[in-house]
Design a protein around this ligand. Structure first.
Ligand code: NIG
Ligand code: FE
Length: 388
């Protein structure tokens, strides 16, 4: 096996507590990769020899971004809906049905080509781990198809049959389908299950419906995630705590009792709160307050939610910049949330950090420090570092 020495790292983010500050930063660093794993990390002055060498010439290196929430398998375009929103319309979730119709009408190869393009776009901006949900099929055959396609690009696949009740379908019948035959067909292709728990949004699911979906999914062996508290205060965050979900996502509208419940649960591995500030950007909504959660001891992740309705962006650097600009995060908190936070939201300990033994998923910046991710918003500084 060929070992590879990376030199010239002006700032290396490791998340290793032996090194400095909240990100475990090593200045003037080097690292050795062997067999796809981090084999050595330390000061450049004491770097060992290796078979090959790459000099990044004074750039910052950090763990590849972990985008723990996306809806990347879909067809169609909703730019018109976005433009209407920017002219004053509100987001209601009603456009999901349009994406479902376009997705059902697309061939496997059309969906595969679009998915591959989005994955490549994310990777080009430094994302090395992606979660991908279904949720634009909404019948047994199409949900299973979307998960099969998602499975071709990631192991982090999520069954989201409980995205919305398809228009014209009886709620009770649809819930029975999602928790019965659809779950049975999809579970073999999924690691996780998710539900859009948003009472007040007629096509989404209330607390008891979401609870039924999640308990059925847990019985089928799936890990749990929740879309909650996106559009208004609601039961999603506390439901995520109750069922032992890995993550509650959006969490834009949390009350004090939600934060207390999340903080109590955080002491024994409770849900990560995954904030999706691209959604607030693209729906022109008030941003959540990450600092309030972090101060209470809750682990926060940042993810894109890339989807054709509420945020059509694959850019984790943008999410870091928004986290700092609008969610009251420090640079260090936002970088952690986009790497280690995402890994924790997916219950992965092999990604999101660069301690010895981690997967050698590296993001390099055309800049000397990670602060530039927020300091130079919109500038394409980040890319995945490929070692050959
Ligand atoms: O995470 N909120 C629910 N689902 C997606 C949006 C889906 C859409 O509008 O197509 C989300 O924001
Ligand atoms: Fe989502």
């Amino acid at each position: 096996m060929t070992s590879h020495l990376v030199t010239g790292v002006a700032e290396l983010v490791t998340h290793d507590e032996r090194f400095s500050g909240p990100l475990g930063v090593l200045p003037d660093a080097a690292l050795v990769v062997d067999d796809g794993r981090v084999a050595w990390v330390g000061p450049a002055s004491s770097a060992p020899d290796a078979d090959r060498r790459t000099d990044v010439d004074g750039r910052a290196v950090l763990p590849g971004f972990v985008d723990s929430h996306t809806h990347l398998v879909f067809a169609g375009d909703r730019a018109d809906e976005f433009a209407h929103r920017m002219a004053g319309a509100r987001y209601t979730g009603g456009g999901i049905a349009r994406t479902v119709a376009a997705t059902r009408a697309a061939t496997d190869d059309e969906l595969r080509t679009r998915l591959a393009a989005l994955v490549a776009e994310a990777r080009a901006q430094g994302t090395t781990t992606l979660e991908v949900k279904s949720g634009y099929g909404l019948d047994v055959a199409h949900e299973e198809r979307l998960l099969r396609l998602a499975r071709e690009v990631t192991t982090e696949t999520t069954f989201l049959g409980a995205h919305v009740v398809p228009p014209g379908v009886d709620r009770g019948e649809y819930l029975a389908l999602v928790t019965g035959p659809m779950l049975a067909a999809c579970a073999p292709h999924a690691r996780w299950a998710d539900v859009f728990c948003e009472p007040g949004t007629p096509l989404a699911f209330d607390r008891d419906e979401a609870h039924a979906v999640l308990t059925a999914a847990a019985s089928a062996g799936l890990g749990l995630r929740v879309h909650g508290n996106q559009l208004r205060p609601g039961p999603g965050a506390r439901l995520a705590v109750e069922v032992g979900a890995a993550s509650v996502d959006h969490a834009t509208h949390l009350d004090d009792a939600d934060v207390t419940a999340l903080a109590d649960a955080a002491r024994h591995g409770g849900p990560v709160v995954t904030l999706l500030p691209g959604v607030e950007l693209s729906t022109r909504s008030p941003y959540p307050d990450a600092r309030r959660l972090l101060d209470a001891g809750v682990e926060v992740a940042l993810a894109t939610d890339c989807n054709p309705g509420t945020c059509f962006s694959t850019s984790m650097p943008l999410m870091v910049a928004l986290g700092v600009a609008h969610l009251r995060m420090t640079v260090e908190q936002a970088v952690r949330a986009a790497t280690l936070g995402g890994a924790r939201a997916l219950r992965r300990d092999d990604v999101g950090h660069l301690r010895v033994g981690a997967r050698a998923d590296l993001c390099v910046l055309d800049a000397p420090s990670v602060a530039h991710l927020a300091y130079r918003p919109g500038v394409p500084l980040a890319r995945t570092l490929t070692l050959d």
